[in-house]
Structures are given as structure tokens and as C-alpha cells.
Write a protein that binds this ligand. Structure first.
Ligand code: ACO
Length: 428
């Protein structure tokens, strides 16, 4: 195949370089287009635009393939741990036993947060959504570690920010929940693994003893692996965009948390459960809700369905659907909304509206059902997603900075008024 593409603008033919990735994905490099022809490209929502060249995650939406650093999501979910996957994403290779031990030990040693975080937490009303609290606490790290604002720090110093963030995220997440329910916060327990420590901080109270259920801790670890990275999605692109101005790691990740929050992105896991609950309350008539989803005059969408890049199936959804059955069976939970979810999926897979538009269940369709079975409250679901996505955001931020990528600054096609004269207020 040729290594260039041709484009004709106003009768002038321009030759543009073709770039090819390791999985033979091809892209036209248009960076010189405006300089050579005066035109730009436009692509709202970046449906056909690559923003970067990245070596972290490979995704083939047509074939339903997802790989972190070359390893399939199926194999990682089955055999690995969340911290091992975090190391893989951030540093590029699976850790050796010594590297893994050092990594987990260092993270464990940094789980404690500054006592003044409690004062910030107390300033939030109990009505605060935990995602808003989480993004604020992550951004507040810039105040406790002001050296992190320096964009020219040496690699070991950046590594320390990375470790701190991975270590403190479960503490922030659990505390954002405790603030909401008005319970005292729990301090981390460094004798526990990453997920068990989080669960203890979430659910233990001073009133009674709390034992972490290993079934719950293992299920959570698997969910975090499935969420750990997903190449240039909305929140990850936000992290790279914020970081491209040389804003600190903490500020960049805080931006990513906010982008994840929306119901079209990570917030969909909360929206799915709310939708399934509404369907149940309404008598469980899935056909009625399917009709609403297809009605273009009705704003309702089938939450947890559809994906910008997956057009046959979302491999994460397949793993999660099976895990939902396993986890509910192991915990002895019988959740009627699982049946409603399966019924909706069955109908959608046989409905021409969904089939023609290639709308399949995404990662969020069944994850909420597992989170519910694990005892996680609905508005904490997206916080769980953020905890899982953290290493991916960090890896993408690090790659962007190490590759010395330029500041992100798209262009536009202006459609407003041409120049006009200012009218004094008494003349309008
Ligand atoms: N229910 C009903 N119709 C849908 C749905 C849905 N969930 N999703 C897409 N469609 C329809 C659209 O109305 C559109 O129809 P049209 O061609 O007749 O106009 C067509 O399918 C294409 O949809 P777009 O919105 O153009 O697709 P896009 O790639 O921009 O959006 C998105 C993808 C945001 C995920 C969308 O499918 C959606 O809103 N899904 C529900 C929310 C959701 O589950 N989000 C989580 C995604 S996974 C994640 O971020 C972790």
C-alpha cells in the first residue's frame, strides 16, 4: 500500500503522509494540510479523528478486541490482579516478582491522607454526589503536594505523585461515601490488599466488627481490571487535554473524573440501575421501554446500550455478564432486576432498530448489577469506575508528557456574525 494519500483542494493536489500502527490501522497525517491549502478538517465528536499515537491499549471495535500493552482483556481479567495491571499500563511491562512486591509495598505505604482532607470533606453537604467530592479531593492534592505543580520534575518525583494517587484513591473514594451517609471515616488498613482495604474503609463502622468477604474483594478486583484503560475515550482524552497544558497529574486526573461522571460515559452504570428500577416499578413491561428508546421524540435511551467504537460486542460486557451470574450465585443474591436486564438485552438483540444501529450492551449494562450485589450504593458506581480507570488515565498522561505532545488546541469553523459596529445601549 502507498505511504501517502492525495487530497484535492481547489484544483490543487496535495500529498499527505499515511501513518500505520502495529495492528495495521492507517491514518492520514493532516498536520500540514492548513499550511499547504488553507483548509482544516472538521469532525464533531472526533468520530473519525485520531488525537495521538499511543502504545498502551489496542481496541478493535468491529472484532470486539481489547488489549492492554498486547495482553487480552480476557486473559488479564482471569489471571492478573488490578495492581499488576496498573503496573503494566503505567510502566509498559508486567512486573517481575520483585518489582510487583516493591510496587504494592510502596502503594500500601502511602494510603494515609493528610488529616486536613477531613476538614475539606466536612465542608461538603451530605447531599454532595461522591463523584464531585472525589474529583475535588484529587485536585486538592495539588495543595498538599505543591511540588507536583512543577511540569519539569524528574521522573522519580513524577513516580511519587503516581504512587500517591493510586494509594490514596480508595481512601478518597470510601470517604466520599462516608461523608454522604454521615458516618465517621475509617483509616486505611495496610495489612489488607488494595480492594479489601477499600471495602473495609467503605463498610466498617465503629459499632461492630467487619470482615472483608474474599468473594466480594475478588469480584471488585476483576471489575477494576476491566475498567483500567480504554484508549482515547472521553475522560482519557480529557486527562490528556488538561495535561497537555502542563497542568499537574492531580489536576488532569480530576478533570478526567468529571468527564467520566456524565451519563453518556461512566455515569451510565448508575443510570442503568436507575432505569432498571424504574422499569421494575412500572410493572416490568420491557416492550414499553424498548418502544420509548426507539421513539425519536422521547429523550429516553436504553442506558448501557451502544458504544462509539464497539459495533459487534463489548468484550468487557461479555466478561461482566458471566461474572454477574457467578457473583450473585456465590453471594446467594437473587436480584429481580438481573432478569429485567437479561430480558431487555434479549429483546434488543432481536430488534431491527438496535441491530441496524449495531447497539449492544456495553460495560456498564451489567456492572451495576454486580456492584449492587457487592453492597455498593448506586451513586458510588461511577466512583468504582474512576478507581478502576485511574491507572489508565495515569499511563496516558505519562505517555503524553514523555512524548512531549503539544498543547491540545482544536480549530473550528466559525458560523457567527461577520464584523459589525457596536451600538451604544440607548440605541439598541
Ligand atoms: N438507546 C437508543 N438509541 C440509541 C442508543 C441507546 N442507548 N445509543 C445510540 N442510539 C441511536 C441514536 O439515537 C442514533 O440513532 P439515529 O442514527 O437514528 O440518529 C444511533 O443509535 C447512533 O447513536 P449516536 O448517539 O450517534 O452514537 P454515538 O457513538 O455518538 O454515542 C453512546 C455512543 C453515547 C454510548 C450512545 O450509544 C449512548 O448514549 N448510549 C447510552 C449511554 C451509555 O450506555 N453510555 C456508556 C457508554 S460506555 C462508556 O462510556 C463506559
Amino acid at each position: 500500500m502507498s505511504s501517502t494519500a492525495e487530497i484535492k483542494v481547489d484544483g490543487k493536489t496535495l500529498e499527505l503522509p499515511l501513518i500505520e500502527g502495529t495492528e495495521n490501522e492507517k491514518a492520514i497525517d493532516i498536520s500540514s494540510l492548513r499550511g499547504d491549502s488553507g483548509v482544516i478538517t472538521i469532525d464533531p465528536g472526533f468520530k473519525n479523528t485520531g488525537s495521538t499515537q499511543s502504545a498502551i491499549t489496542f481496541l478493535d471495535g468491529e472484532k470486539g478486541i481489547l488489549r492492554y500493552r498486547g495482553y487480552s482483556i480476557e486473559e488479564l481479567a482471569e489471571k492478573s490482579t488490578f495492581l499488576e495491571v496498573s503496573y503494566l499500563l503505567i510502566y509498559g511491562e508486567l512486573p517481575t516478582p520483585a518489582q510487583y512486591q516493591e510496587f504494592t509495598k510502596t502503594i500500601t505505604n502511602h494510603t494515609l491522607v493528610h488529616e486536613d482532607i477531613k476538614k475539606i470533606l466536612e465542608g461538603f453537604p451530605s447531599t454532595a454526589h461522591p463523584m464531585g467530592v472525589l474529583s475535588s479531593l484529587v485536585c486538592a492534592q495539588t495543595a498538599f503536594y505543591p511540588a507536583s505543580l512543577d511540569p519539569n520534575r524528574a521522573a522519580p518525583e513524577v513516580d511519587m505523585s503516581i504512587i500517591r494517587l493510586l494509594a490514596k484513591m480508595p481512601t478518597f473514594a470510601a470517604w466520599s461515601f462516608k461523608n454522604q451517609i454521615g458516618h465517621p471515616v475509617n483509616y486505611p488498613d495496610n495489612s489488607l490488599d488494595y480492594c479489601s482495604n477499600f471495602l473495609k474503609m467503605m463498610f466498617a463502622t465503629p459499632a461492630e466488627a467487619y470482615e472483608v468477604d474474599p468473594v466480594v474483594a475478588n469480584a471488585l478486583d476483576k471489575l477494576l481490571i476491566l475498567h483500567a484503560d480504554h484508549e482515547q475515550n472521553c475522560s482519557t482524552s480529557t486527562v490528556r487535554m488538561v495535561g497537555s497544558s502542563h497542568a499537574s497529574l492531580y489536576a488532569s486526573i480530576s478533570g478526567g473524573i468529571n468527564a467520566l461522571w456524565g451519563p453518556l460515559h461512566g455515569g451510565a452504570n448508575q443510570a442503568v440501575i436507575e432505569m432498571l428500577e424504574n422499569i421494575k416499578k412500572d410493572g416490568g413491561d420491557t416492550k414499553k421501554w424498548m418502544a420509548k428508546a426507539k421513539d425519536k421524540n422521547d429523550p429516553f435511551r436504553l442506558m448501557g446500550f451502544g458504544h462509539r467504537v464497539y459495533k459487534n460486542f463489548d468484550p468487557r460486557a461479555r466478561i461482566i455478564k458471566k461474572a454477574a451470574d457467578d457473583v450473585l450465585a456465590k453471594l446467594g443474591v437473587n436480584d429481580p432486576i438481573l432478569e429485567i436486564a437479561k430480558g431487555l438485552e434479549e429483546e434488543a438483540l432481536n430488534d431491527s432498530y438496535f441491530v441496524e444501529r449495531k447497539l449492544y450492551p456495553n460495560v456498564d449494562f451489567y456492572s451495576g448489577i454486580i456492584y449492587r450485589a457487592l453492597g455498593i450504593p448506586t451513586d458510588m458506581f461511577t466512583v468504582m469506575f474512576a478507581m478502576g480507570r485511574l491507572p489508565g488515565w495515569i499511563a496516558q498522561w505519562k505517555e503524553m508528557r514523555e512524548n512531549k505532545e503539544p498543547i491540545g488546541r482544536p480549530r473550528q469553523v466559525y458560523t457567527g456574525y461577520k464584523e459589525r459596529a457596536y451600538a451604544p445601549i440607548d440605541k439598541r
